[in-house]
Every structure is written in structure tokens, then in C-alpha cells.
Design a protein around this ligand. Structure first.
Ligand code: ADP
Ligand code: MG
Length: 722
């Protein structure tokens, strides 16, 4: 009796036919252990169950015949070429079999043996013959592996012949079976899952085609179940052991803030705000993913949540992926606070010289908001604040809400007491950084809200962020008009330019995005400058600005300010405007060479328009050269639903590449395809979380616990960064 976890400790070198050279080749494909080998499942099967009488064989398809060896002989043809020929006969006739070797396995075949041959029949010099068939001697073979049955075809690894792999797998099974099954019987019963031992046997050497499907289902379930168990354990750990803040909001800031918004929150916003608030009040640290379409109103909800933490006496932070976005968040939050009369009186140079602030004595409570990026330090309570002063204020607890880039936590910023942080755009923010964040606040872990406008398919968020709670804003504020998307060839670029001109004539603004041409930021900048010159030439009379990643922050800020102020009609940019930019007056988005962008990115870009009651248009200019690119562009035209598009993206690109990093744990899925196996994923998740609820450290299921850590290896280390 072997357990999978034990088999993860046995090298493939132990298997028949696998010497050091093959061990090395297998290792390059990630097959190190017998457990890995058992998960190297056939890519196809040959049905050799039907035996054809020799007289009925025909040129063409593969057949299996069974007969007696009437004669067999080997000769050297020339050089190293050996030819082995056998004549095999049954009641109906005889046929010649020929192999171009004298070795394995045919040298074991002798005259008088009863053999099964499986292979393709061809006509050679007027008679039928089987060329290099698989052969097995029936009476001396305890079990037929390659004839007279469903025969597995394993994926080739390196230069290793699939026949060798098949034999090695057979040997692995023979020596490991029966394989122990630690999955609780009630889970198996509920889904009618095959026993694990049977599943390994059936996937590799099935009795019938049908059982391979059940076998695969069982192995996929196990793989997903292990992953979900690891996630459930991690989550459990956070709840039980991680020390967080139980914030006690008073409502003195969030109350007026919400009351004074110029609109009412949508039902979805209210629901999500409630979810976040109960997390804030609970003792365990919040780890919540806030998902919602671009423009669905996540920011307002995030700010209202942070106000609750500030009321309760702790500091908060918002972190964005880029400086431009951090600045934009700062300006946006500043507007929101001002509109709710929660801004402090601005202290300027005058007060520092001993003069009274105009606003001093203001009865309203105020929120001290600040911005800190690599190049900018700003605060809403001190117009001339210096960087050292701001750092000192943060450390002294003077700053209630600090906006910055993700780099905030990597630099020497010291908070007095960081109670909660909002992280904009999760996929640019790793788990390691989450850990650093916790270290910012004397042992207790701040509540973390990860806000993403990148629609993560439900399927993926469930596995990737399985340790996070998910809140979804699935409703747009009223009065938005959907963006119309049009596909243009490069020859039709003129149509896009005319559209830009006609919208500008109506007082609207436009974005033109050109793709990143090279990996090098310098080259990218040069091409953006070139495109800007070309486009400005095509639109004489329009005020065309330019923004790209290489511009100094001050200049980016200035460009964004003039766009907001309506001093620019058109903004030419690289993808720096991808996320978060909020210019409600912009109604046209032109994306040049749109085929070079991923689907999620295209959808993000499109979300920059249609943010007001003016209808928006997105013009995709491209001559796609691949089918995938054409599929992406068509998907954009057909759907405005980010979640649907994300699923589509997943389908087109395959799940391995969507997040593309080791940290996801998804790249380690060998058998499961989260799109195709969604139903099993849901089941495995429910079972795993249920089990961990009743047996929090799996002490009643030690074999399962061992299997999770043995099978997930490094991934588990990642999952358990706690
Ligand atoms: P997101 O962060 O999800 O992209 P924002 O929070 O930036 O969305 O909101 C986009 C725009 O919609 C902002 O101008 C915001 O003021 C506005 N908005 C947010 N919630 C509502 C609502 N319930 N009704 C009307 N407008 C809203
Ligand atoms: Mg936003």
C-alpha cells in the first residue's frame, strides 16, 4: 500500500527503463518522482480491443491480429540496420511482420509463440505486411500492455520514446498499487467519484474508453481539492492566529461623507460597504477583494470604509500601481472630502509665519489627507509641506489617509498606527508585499482591501484568491451609457480621426492610445513622441497632448491637469492611462494597433470613456495577423461585460498565462483545466472549506495534511506565508 505523499519521495530513477540520462530528461519536464510519473497521464488511447482475422486485414487503419509465430529471423541488412521478420498465422491466413531492429521486445519472440500484433498494415512487394507493430507474447505475458486492449499513448518527454514512458508508468503502477485514498468517503459518495487506486489504473491502462473519463474526473478533483485545502488552511490560519484590529467606527466622518454625496449609493455599493464594515469591526484582519467594473463606484466605497477606520483613531493608506494614478486618487479623494466638508483648513506659508488660518475654528471634523510618491509630497492641510515634514507627520499620526504608490511600503515610511490599507490593482501587487505591509504596524495586521478594476473571472478569483473574501459591485451607477465599440482596419484610421474631430467639435475630449512598441521604455517614449507628432499633424486645429511612462512626474501631472481643465482636446498616450484615469468629459477612445493588447487591457482602456451621460465610442484600429488577435477584437465588439471578456480571455489564452506567475499556484495544476472543470472546482472548494471548518488543522486527517504539503511543495510555502 502506497500513499501519494510517499510516492513524492521516490525518484523516477527507481522505475524500470529509467536510467540517469532519462531521469535528467524527465526532470526537465518537471517529472521527478513516481507521483509525478503517475500524473503524467496519456494524451490519447489506441483501441486495440478488437482482434481482426488476418485474412480480413486491410491496408490503412491500425489493426490487432492474434496468431502463432510460424517463423522468425533477424539479419543485418547493411551497417547498423537490422531487420527482423516474422510470419504469423491464424485460422484465416498469414501475414508478415517486420521490425527494423533485433532488440526489444522482439528478440523474446520465438517460433511457436502465440502473439498479438498491433500496427498498421501496408502492401509491400505485392503482399500485406505489418510494419514495426507492437507485439506481445500471450502465454508468457502476465498482462497485455500494448495489444488486445485500450492502449495508452503517453505524451513524449524530451527524446524518450513514449513506449518507454508507458512501460515506466506500468512499472510504477505495479509497484505502488494499491494506492491509498485519504479523501473522506462522503465527498466521494456525493459526487460518485471513483476510488483513487482505480483512478490511477484506469487513466493509464483502462479496460474501456468510458472509464478514462471517470478516472480523469477523480484525479482532477483530487488536484483541485488539494489546492483548495491549502487555501482553506491558510485562511483558517489568518482567522485564528493573525492578530488584527477590531475597529470601532463612530460614524462621525463616514456619516456626513455619505450624506453629502451628490448621488445615492447603488444597492451593490451599499451591500459591499456593509461587508467591508463588518470585517473592519471583526478582530481578524480583513483580506478582501473588491471587484467591480471600471466606473462602478469602488473608490467611493473604499473611501467611506477608510473613514470608519480613521474615526476609530487609526491611519489608513491607498496604494496605486503608478504615480499618475496615485496623484489621481489623491485629487479624487480630496474632491470627495471637500464636497463633504471634511477638508481641514489649509495651512499655508502664512500660518507657518504665525498668521491665523482662514479656516481655523471650523466646527466640522476634518480628515488629513496626504500624497507621497517618489517625486511628490502634498497634503490637504498644508499647502507647502516638505517631504521630511510629511514623513514626520505620518510617523506622528498626523496624517489620516496617505495616498501613494505600491512603493510606499517598501520605502522607509513609518506610520504611527496603520489600521487599514486599500490596494488598487491586485495583480501588480504580490503577496510578499502584503506581508511587508503588516510589518508596518507593530505586530497587528492592518485590514486590507484589494480593489481591482481588472475583472477577474469568477473561476480564477475563486482559486487564485481563494484565501480572500470577495465583494462584487455588480451594478453600474444610473445614467451611464454603454460604450459602442467599432473595429477599423489600419487603412480606415481616417474614420477614427474624423470621429475624434466631431466629438471635440461637440466639446468632448478623446484619448488615443498607442501600444508599447518595445520592452525598452526609451524606445517606447520615442515611439510615443513620434506618434504624437504624426497624429497632431492629422488633426490640425486640435490641442493634442502627450503622456508616456518616461515623462517626469511633474510633467505627467501637468498634462493630466490640463486635460482635466479642458485645455487639451486629445491625449495621446501609451498605456499609462490604462487604469483609473477619470475624465468624464472624454467620450472617444482610439486604440491603435489594438491587436497588440490583451483582452483585459483593451477592456480597461475602453473603461476610460462612457463615464458620464454622454455616449462613448471605442475605435479599435488594427490589422490582426493571428486568429487569437482577431478573436479578442471581435469579443470586444460583441461584449461590454468585463467578466465575460475575462472568461473569454482565459479561453483564448489558457489559464496559465493570465496571471503568468509562479505565485498564483495555478501553473502547478497538471490535470485540471479550471474553465472546463469549473463544476469540480466548485465542489472541491466546498468540500475543502467544509472539512477545514470541522477539522481546522486536519489533525483528524493526517494523511491529507501530509499529501497537501507533499504535493504542493513550494506552492504551499507560498500559500502559507502568514
Ligand atoms: P471605480 O473606482 O469603480 O472605477 P469610481 O469610484 O471612480 O469607480 O466612480 C466612477 C465615477 O462614478 C465617479 O465620478 C464617481 O463619483 C461616480 N459614482 C460613484 N458612485 C456613484 C453612484 N452611486 N451614483 C452616481 N455616480 C457615482
Ligand atoms: Mg476609481
Amino acid at each position: 500500500m502506497a500513499t501519494l505523499s510517499r510516492l513524492t519521495g521516490v525518484s523516477v530513477g527507481e522505475l524500470k527503463g529509467i536510467g540517469p540520462a532519462r531521469v535528467a530528461q524527465l526532470a526537465r519536464s518537471g517529472i521527478h518522482t513516481v507521483a509525478d510519473m503517475l500524473h503524467h497521464v496519456p494524451r490519447d488511447y489506441l483501441d486495440r480491443t478488437e482482434v481482426t482475422p488476418i485474412a480480413k486485414t486491410m491496408v490503412g487503419p491500425e489493426v490487432t491480429v492474434v496468431g502463432e509465430v510460424r517463423s522468425i529471423s533477424s539479419r543485418r541488412a547493411r551497417g547498423n540496420l537490422h531487420i527482423t521478420e516474422a510470419r504469423v498465422g491464424d485460422d484465416s491466413g498469414t501475414i508478415k511482420a517486420v521490425w527494423f531492429t533485433k532488440n526489444y521486445p522482439y528478440r523474446k519472440v520465438k517460433e511457436g509463440d502465440r502473439v498479438a500484433l498491433s500496427g498498421v498494415v501496408e502492401r509491400f512487394r505485392g503482399s500485406l505486411q505489418m510494419k514495426t507493430p507492437d507485439a506481445e507474447v500471450l502465454d508468457r505475458t502476465p498482462e497485455q500492455i500494448v495489444t488486445g486492449r485500450i492502449v495508452p499513448v503517453h505524451p513524449q518527454v524530451g527524446k524518450i520514446n513514449p513506449r518507454i514512458i508507458r512501460d515506466a508508468v506500468h512499472n510504477a503502477l505495479k509497484r505502488s498499487r494499491p494506492i491509498d485514498d485519504p479523501v473522506p468517503v462522503e465527498f466521494k459518495a456525493a459526487r460518485g467519484l471513483m476510488d483513487r487506486d482505480q483512478a490511477f489504473a484506469s487513466i493509464h491502462f483502462p479496460e474501456s474508453r468510458e472509464e478514462t473519463a471517470s478516472a480523469r474526473e477523480r484525479l482532477v478533483y483530487d488536484e483541485l481539492f488539494r489546492l483548495e485545502l491549502a487555501l482553506a488552511l491558510r485562511r483558517r490560519h489568518m482567522i485564528l492566529e493573525a492578530k488584527g484590529f477590531a475597529h470601532a467606527p463612530t460614524g462621525e466622518l463616514a456619516g456626513p461623507f455619505l450624506d453629502r454625496l451628490p448621488y445615492r449609493l447603488t444597492e451593490a455599493q451599499i451591500r459591499v460597504l456593509d461587508e467591508i464594515r463588518s470585517d473592519l469591526e471583526a478582530t481578524h484582519p480583513m483580506h478582501r477583494l473588491l471587484q467591480g467594473e471600471v466606473g462602478s463606484g469602488k473608490t467611493v466605497v473604499a473611501v467611506a470604509s477608510l473613514l470608519g477606520v480613521i474615526e476609530a483613531g487609526r491611519q489608513t493608506a491607498i496604494m496605486a500601481p503608478t504615480e499618475v494614478l496615485a496623484e489621481q486618487h489623491y485629487l479624487g479623494v480630496n474632491d470627495l472630502l471637500a464636497q463633504a466638508a471634511l477638508s481641514p483648513g489649509l495651512r499655508g506659508a502664512g500660518e507657518r509665519l504665525g498668521m491665523q488660518s482662514l479656516f481655523s475654528g471650523d466646527a466640522d471634523p476634518a480628515v488629513h489627507l496626504a500624497l507621497l510618491t517618489g517625486s511628490v509630497a502634498a497634503a490637504n492641510y498644508d499647502s507647502g509641506i516638505s517631504r521630511p515634514q510629511l514623513l514626520a507627520d505620518i510617523a506622528a499620526g498626523q496624517v489620516d489617509l496617505l495616498v501613494g504608490t505600491h512603493a510606499l511600503i517598501q520605502e522607509g515610511v513609518q506610520f504611527s498606527s496603520l489600521g487599514a490599507a486599500v490596494i488598487d490593482e491586485q495583480h501588480r501587487f504580490g503577496v510578499a508585499q502584503r506581508v511587508q505591509l503588516r510589518e508596518k504596524s507593530d505586530g497587528a495586521e492592518p485590514d486590507i482591501l484589494i480593489m481591482t478594476a481588472t475583472p477577474i473571472p469568477r473561476t480564477l478569483s475563486m482559486t487564485l484568491y481563494g484565501d480572500l473574501d470577495v465583494s462584487l459591485i455588480d451594478e453600474m451607477p444610473p445614467g451611464r451609457s454603454p460604450v459602442r465599440t467599432v473595429l477599423l482596419s489600419k487603412a480606415e484610421e481616417r474614420i477614427a480621426i474624423e470621429r475624434v474631430e466631431s466629438e471635440v467639435a461637440k466639446g468632448r475630449q478623446a484619448f488615443v492610445v498607442c501600444p508599447l512598441v518595445e520592452d525598452s521604455p526609451k524606445v517606447e517614449a520615442a515611439s510615443a513622441v513620434g506618434e504624437h507628432r504624426r497624429l497632431a499633424g492629422l488633426m490640425p486645429g486640435l490641442r493634442v497632448g502627450l503622456i508616456h511612462g518616461q515623462l517626469p512626474s511633474k510633467e505627467k501631472e501637468a498634462v493630466m491637469a490640463s486635460l482635466r481643465a479642458g485645455e487639451l482636446d486629445v491625449l495621446v498616450s501609451t498605456t499609462v492611462i490604462e487604469v483609473g484615469i477619470d475624465i468624464p468629459n472624454a467620450t472617444v477612445m482610439v486604440i491603435l494597433d489594438a491587436d497588440r493588447f490583451g483582452l483585459s487591457q483593451l477592456h480597461q482602456l475602453r473603461g476610460r470613456v462612457g463615464r458620464s451621460s454622454h455616449p462613448g465610442t471605442c475605435l479599435l484600429v488594427a490589422d490582426p495577423s493571428t486568429q487569437d488577435a482577431a478573436d479578442r477584437l471581435n469579443a470586444m465588439v460583441e461584449s461590454n461585460d468585463g467578466f465575460r471578456l475575462a472568461e473569454e480571455d482565459l479561453r483564448i489564452r489558457g489559464h496559465g498565462t493570465v496571471f503568468g506567475t509562479r505565485q498564483s499556484g495555478m501553473n502547478d495544476l497538471v490535470l485540471a483545466d479550471i474553465m472546463a472543470d469549473l463544476e469540480l472546482l466548485v465542489a472541491a472548494r466546498r468540500d475543502a472549506f467544509g472539512l477545514v471548518d470541522s477539522d481546522p488543522d486536519l489533525s483528524d486527517h493526517p494523511e491529507l495534511a501530509e499529501e497537501v504539503s507533499a504535493m504542493l511543495g513550494e506552492t504551499v510555502d507560498w500559500l502559507f506565508i502568514a
